[in-house]
Design a protein around this ligand. Sequence first.
Ligand code: NAD
Length: 480
Amino acid sequence: MNETPNVTLARGDGIGPEITDAVLNILDSAGARLNFEEIQIGETQFLSGHKSGIAPETWETIRKNPVFLKAPITTPLGGGYKSLNVTIRKSLNLFANVRPSRAYAPYVPCQFENMDLVVIRENEEDLYAGIEHQQTAEVTQVLKLITRPGCERIVRYAFEYARAHGRKHVTCMTKNNIMKHTDGLFSKVFHEIAQEYPDIQNDHQIIDIGAARVAAEPHKFDVIVTLNLYGDIISDIASQVTGSVGLAGSANIGEHVSMFEAVHGSAPDIAGKDLANPSGLLLGATQMLVHLGQQDVAQRIENAWLKTLEDGVHTGDLFGAQSTQRVGCKAFAKAIAERLGEEPKALKPVHYEPKTMVIPKSRPILTPSDKKLEGVDVFIDWNQTGRIPAKLAQELAAAGDEWRLKMITNRGVKVWPEGMPETFCTDHWRCRFLPVRPEVSNGDIVSLLANLHAAGFDVIKTENLYSFAGERAYSLGQGE
Ligand code: NAD
């Protein structure tokens, strides 16, 4: 690790510049070994015509430096502006979002004074791949993509994180009882990789009860690893339960570049008034120091910050029964700098092992897969009067002589053969065809589609049905 690494710095919008100044002063006083390179992103760039909030030449700086400390930015309303965070995350392959949530009771009121958990959220796949379609008048869809390399990488990262941060337990959360192939893959990979970390305990929980437990007994969790959407939701639940989302920092980890920030936004309502609490960005910065191997500096800063909270020196957003002094952003930073070298007495001090964390790489699966085509699901937009499945089945059967119609589902529920008249049917029908011959190819599917087209059907998409190593790799229809 470079002794004085380069850090890309964006001061952001709204309260961004003032909390950045506060954080830079603390980093400097604590002896952080960092070389900052400043860039302009956000509101000024959006308004000067860059729809993503960043000028093309600025990417060069972000890509060449190992870390990026980013203050919150304002996304102008309307005008089709894209979220800069999502753009940076996806463009730079920042695969892991790490969000610690800790209680600071009684200084920040929280019911669970021993709560100290970290959510590690897969950051690129799942429903956030952004592949959505509307293909019939009534039905929209989104594609949920879960890849084995993606699962392996995030799960391995979670165990490596636990090891490097002295944590004891990793909980995986999925909905694998319903989504057996996508969430099922994530949990399967979790159980495989957990074997490689016998020093870390592990368990799996279904996301719905898991999320309820994060709300009701958060002190029982240590590290949670989960898919993108679930992670987005439970990390917010966890932050909220600590009593203040405003204190949370967040890391977006990649192989070459990682980005660190506060969870909150640019708070334009209090900008320029010296009222902002710089803690979220400060905790993002201490995550960055740990990531860079400067655990000693991170520990000094976080302990001084905890001591400041404990001494009752609070910004307005935290001011309450335990406060002794109401301060602005600048004075709060000064109070932290003055306490460097001190440890909290009531709150638990932090202690970081001087261990360098391994960032797992994505490993493509290179062995040829034993994949066999077993059939095809043909999706049809069909809106004939009464929407009677048996009538559709009769018309379809006439169109595919090399294929046998196995079933029809509507919204995943089998409606033919032997469907129930109560099942509501939309205009979006999945028609499962199995081949009459033992071997089929994509060419046979093309012929089937040509026949269906000639018979007047509006085919809106197909999904091939495969087995891998003899195991069925597609879901059955509900009721099939
Ligand atoms: P916000 O987090 O900026 O503000 C919500 C409330 O919390 C406001 O009342 C604000 O005054 C207060 N607050 C936030 N941070 C504070 C701090 N450090 N100290 C004291 N009080 C604080 O959320 P918002 O109002 O929904 O969004 C404002 C802007 O921020 C929007 O343009 C939004 O797009 C942007 N935003 C940016 C990021 C980011 O860059 N990572 C994240 C969220 C929102």
